[in-house]
Structure formats: C-alpha cells, structure tokens
Ligand binder design. Structure first.
Ligand code: PNS
Length: 160
C-alpha cells in the first residue's frame, strides 16, 4: 500500500493522473485528504473526500481508498501499513517545497517519499488556479473531473 497525499481542494486532473500512475507502479493506493484546521479551504473535508472518490470513479480509477487525515501523514501511513508516499512534481519549484517535508517524514518514521514527474499535459494545473478560474465564471472542465466542475459551479454560484 502506498499513499498519495494532498489538500485536494479540489482534486484536479493532474492529481488523478498521479494516482493512476502510482497505482500502475505500486498497486494498492490510498489517497489521503489532509485537513489542517489552521487553513481555509473552499470545500470542507467531507466534500473534498467525496469529490476525490467520485472523480476517481468517473476516471475509471477503481479500488483506491480515500480517507480524511487530520493528524500527521506518517501516522496515517503507519495506521494503514503504508511505507511509501507518492507525490507528483510539476516542476522544480514543487520540489523545493517537497524536499524538506520528504526528509522530515523519513527522519521521524522511515517512510520514504517517491516523486513522479507530472505529465506535461498537467504541469500547469493547480487547484488554486482552478478555483480562481471558476470563481470568475470560466469553464474548468478538462482541468478537473466533470463532477468537480459541477461542484465548483454549485459552490461558486456559476453555471456549466
Ligand atoms: O496538496 P498540498 O497542499 O501540497 O499537500 C500538502 C500535504 C497535505 C501533503 C502536507 O501538508 C501534509 O502531509 N500534511 C499533513 C500533516 C503533516 O504530516 N505535516 C508534517 C509534514 S513534515
């Protein structure tokens, strides 16, 4: 079992591609939807989990568990018996943010982080951009699963 973690606010087509490739490489995947009470999210944790499940189903990525994680990611990994975290990197700036986290997670638990390079088709796709585009009423289909595009339109009062 490996873990693909993130805020998933909301899950994007780039995230889905990483989960699909992680499943092909490593088999069983758990998607960990992190919740930090100090952060503000567009979607509450229950909805981020629900949208991740429905987006995975829409993409035909089956057999992946999705759980909310409120504490440390490595505690969740240990609870479910995962020894590896898999994350996507869109570019070198992503790596800068991930490097110390991966080292710290390994330091405190021995759990390794493996990085996969984002497909160039998704290397510009970020949840923050998707939200900004949706807030201003533009169509985000293709950047996210249809179920997520619908949830964004509903949450932000837009139309599809
Ligand atoms: O999608 P994001 O926001 O880039 O994901 C970051 C995330 C959720 C993977 C990271 O913040 C995380 O692992 N949070 C869980 C809490 C934790 O374990 N923090 C210690 C990191 S050393």
């Amino acid at each position: 079992m490996i873990v693909c973690p993130g805020s998933f606010d909301p899950i994007t087509s780039g995230h889905l591609d990483v989960v699909r490739r992680a499943a092909a490489l490593f088999g069983d995947v758990a998607v960990a939807v992190a919740h930090n009470p100090a952060k503000t999210y567009l979607f509450p944790i229950e909805q981020r989990v629900d949208l991740a499940r429905r987006a995975l189903a829409e993409e035909g990525i089956l057999g992946v568990r999705v759980d909310p994680v409120e504490g440390l990611l490595v505690d969740y990994c240990e609870e479910i018996g995962a020894r590896t975290i898999v994350k996507g990197l869109r570019g070198s700036s992503d790596f800068l943010g991930e490097e110390t986290m991966a080292r710290m997670n390994r330091h405190i638990s021995g759990i390794e982080t493996v990085f996969v390079l984002a497909d160039p088709a998704f290397s510009h796709v970020a949840s923050s951009y998707v939200k900004e585009i949706a807030i201003h009423g533009r169509d985000v289909r293709g950047l996210v699963a249809d179920v997520v595009a619908e949830a964004l339109a509903e949450r932000l009062g837009g139309t599809l």
